[in-house]
Design a protein around this ligand. Structure first.
Ligand code: AHR
Length: 620
């Protein structure tokens, strides 16, 4: 193949092209990224949370009383907070019984590591707190003296004496009498960046390694819920943990809201990603009340002013100074400086109905009027092939929405065949945020073939980086044993992380992005039209480092020798870094390898069969 670059025809492209989509699906938050180790710490699990109305899914879920002469009940007569009405009562006649919690598929602890235990309690008595292995070995213990007629916090640090992947927590009252307990929590002392109420360091770092330019949260469908009562309302997720409002996760489990808006903003800041919250456009999923939410349609018009204000308040929460009502709340949570919110998504994949249009228009216009500095990202609805999102785009054009969110999950073949998807997009209208996409092979797990299909498609996105401003693969995380949606980018369990080949592609794009696109012409020496779509190149320049980054994708079974002509570029030195992800199409474990190569204004390279290669060259 011959590849000739025309640097003089460079055009600016978005410098936010590669980000991440975080949704609490597949146990991504509770039991996942959120580092809490106790499941159902607040005794708020409810039968209605769970798909199939599993009877065990109640306030006692994950808790068990072991032993006799103590009665374990749940009370709600005098709770710590209205949003957290249930608490545990232990009535002990003769001490000896223990209340235990098995965490999320067991509690994983490591030898020598510290764990922060805390609870809220009422009444009087000594409580023995232990971490115990499955074999019954005590791994850590401490005794708390509880003594208060009103709810009072207590805490202790436990140091694990051995490693265990499936330990449990035990609480043993040491005196006869009644103890009332709530918010029973155990966090690893080491969280990501040591944040309080923080994130699992390995998962948080794995996401940070993608070098995402933004994080979209909290979904996905979780953002708009499956009924009016199930929408993700950002104000419910702030403040002391016991005051947050837990709710049914529409993916069929419980959402504690421990990972709430403050934590999302903090994580974005910690990894240098722009925050991209998505709020409901006042309508639930597909405007319907399916799945237990109840009402059809949207928020009643008489309540819309209040809802519009709620969305405007989010900007004040993120950016307002500490003299403002919501800016003060952010400061009280420990962050007086603004979070510098610049983007806000309104709506997620909603059907473009009259109900939607009326409400979206109100929200969009109010945001434009009050916060013209914020870029609103609208939605163009679900993708039905052949429709080109007609209704969504026509509304976006009418309102002059600056950016819209598109979603599609398609086969690897679709991505290979549609690399020109954005070539035809009219540059006079909204920019695109490709907010959810993934390639799959029906009935199979993702592998190198799907990853290369995504890579080749992303070369087309880079070429169109003047109209596509952002992209995010979805979903991001999936916990083993709790995976409701496939494929996902990162699979994990309590102790380990399994990266997909798609993850490597995302990481390579994220770490090799630029802000200028350099056009080039790729000609294959063997004229095999059927294979043409399976080979592609894109080149960007990062004007900060002056690095020129050539991406080459070859989804054929042949090695393709290539002559690269850098045109008018002046290379600094004569070496470059070559990173290649290659293997067999069905490989699930292929990882990129990096080497140093010699380069010149014209040089030869080879695109191995089934590969994605990146050549990073310093230029003057
Ligand atoms: O990514 C999984 C789901 O796919 C999202 O929640 C939803 O927006 C889309 O339909």
């Amino acid at each position: 193949a011959d590849f000739t670059l025309y640097p003089e025809k460079a055009k600016p492209v978005s410098d936010l092209l590669f980000g991440v989509f975080f949704e609490d699906i597949n146990y991504a938050a509770d039991g996942g990224l959120y580092a809490e180790l106790v499941q159902n710490r607040d005794f708020e699990y409810a039968l209605s949370d769970k798909e199939g109305r599993d009877k065990s899914w109640n306030s006692q879920h994950s808790w068990q009383l072991q032993g006799e002469q103590t009665i374990f009940t749940i009370d709600s007569a005098s709770p710590i907070h209205d949003n957290n009405r249930h608490y545990a009562v232990l009535d002990t006649k003769v001490p000896g019984a223990r209340l235990s919690n098995t965490g999320f598929d067991g509690i994983a602890v490591s030898k020598g590591e510290k764990y922060r235990f805390s609870l809220l309690s009422r009444k009087k008595g000594k409580l023995l707190v232990k971490l115990v292995s499955k074999q019954g070995e005590t791994l850590a213990q401490t005794t708390l003296t509880l003594n208060s007629s009103n709810w009072k916090p207590s805490q202790a640090v436990l140091t694990a004496s051995a490693t265990s992947t499936d330990a449990h927590l035990e609480l043993e009252p040491l005196n006869p009498g009644r103890l009332e307990l709530d918010m029973i929590s155990l966090f690893p002392a080491k969280t990501f960046k040591n944040r309080k109420n923080g994130l699992r360091p390995d998962l948080a770092q794995t996401i940070a390694d993608l070098h995402p330019r933004f994080i979209r949260f909290p979904g996905g469908c979780v953002a708009h819920g499956d009924g009016l009562g199930n929408m993700y309302r950002w104000k419910n997720t702030l403040g002391p943990l016991e005051a947050r409002k837990p709710q049914r996760n529409l993916w069929g489990y419980h959402q504690s809201a421990g990972l709430g808006y403050f934590e999302y903003f903090q994580y974005c800041e910690d990894i240098g990603a722009e925050p991209l919250p998505v709020v409901p456009a006042a309508v639930p999923c597909q405007n319907s009340g399916v799945g237990g939410g109840g009402q059809q349609g949207g928020i009643p018009m008489e309540d819309m002013d209040e809802y519009v204000q709620e969305v405007l308040d989010l900007v004040e929460y993120a950016n307002g100074d500490i003299t403002t009502t919501w800016g003060r709340k952010r400061a009280e949570a420990g962050h007086p400086a603004p979070f510098n919110l610049k983007y806000i998504g309104i709506g997620n994949e909603d059907l473009i109905t009259d109900v939607f249009e009326e409400r979206f228009t109100m929200l969009f216009k109010a945001m434009q009027a009050k916060h013209p500095e914020i870029t609103v990202i609208g939605t163009v609805g679900p993708f039905y092939e052949g429709t080109d999102y007609e209704e969504g785009w026509s509304l976006a054009r009418k309102l002059q929405v600056p950016m819209v969110d598109e979603h599609y999950y398609e086969t690897a073949g679709w991505f290979i065949n549609n690399q020109d998807f954005y070539d035809k997009y009219d540059r006079a209208h909204a920019k695109v945020y490709l907010g959810e996409y993934a390639a799959h092979l029906p009935g199979q797990q993702v592998n190198l073939e799907t990853a290369l299909a995504e890579a080749i498609y992303l070369t087309g996105v880079e070429r169109n980086g003047d109209v596509v401003s952002m992209t995010s693969y979805a979903p991001l995380l999936a916990k083993e044993g709790h995976t409701q949606w496939n494929p996902d980018l990162i699979y994990f369990n309590n102790t380990g992380i399994k990266l997909t080949t798609g993850y490597h592609v995302q990481r390579l794009f994220g770490n090799n992005a630029g802000n200028e696109y350099l056009p080039g012409a790729l000609t294959l020496s063997t004229a095999q039209p059927a294979l043409n779509k399976r080979v592609a190149a894109s080149v960007v320049r990062d004007s900060k480092s002056n690095d020129v980054i050539i991406k080459l994708v070859n989804i054929t079974p042949f090695n393709i020798d290539s002559n690269i002509d850098l045109g008018a570029l002046t290379v600094a030195g004569n070496t470059a870094t070559l990173t290649t992800l290659q293997g067999k199409p069905a490989d699930k474990d292929a990882v990129p390898a990096t080497s140093t190569i010699t380069v010149a204004p014209q040089f030869k390279t080879s695109m191995p069969a089934y590969s994605f290669s990146i050549i990073r060259i310093k230029t003057k």
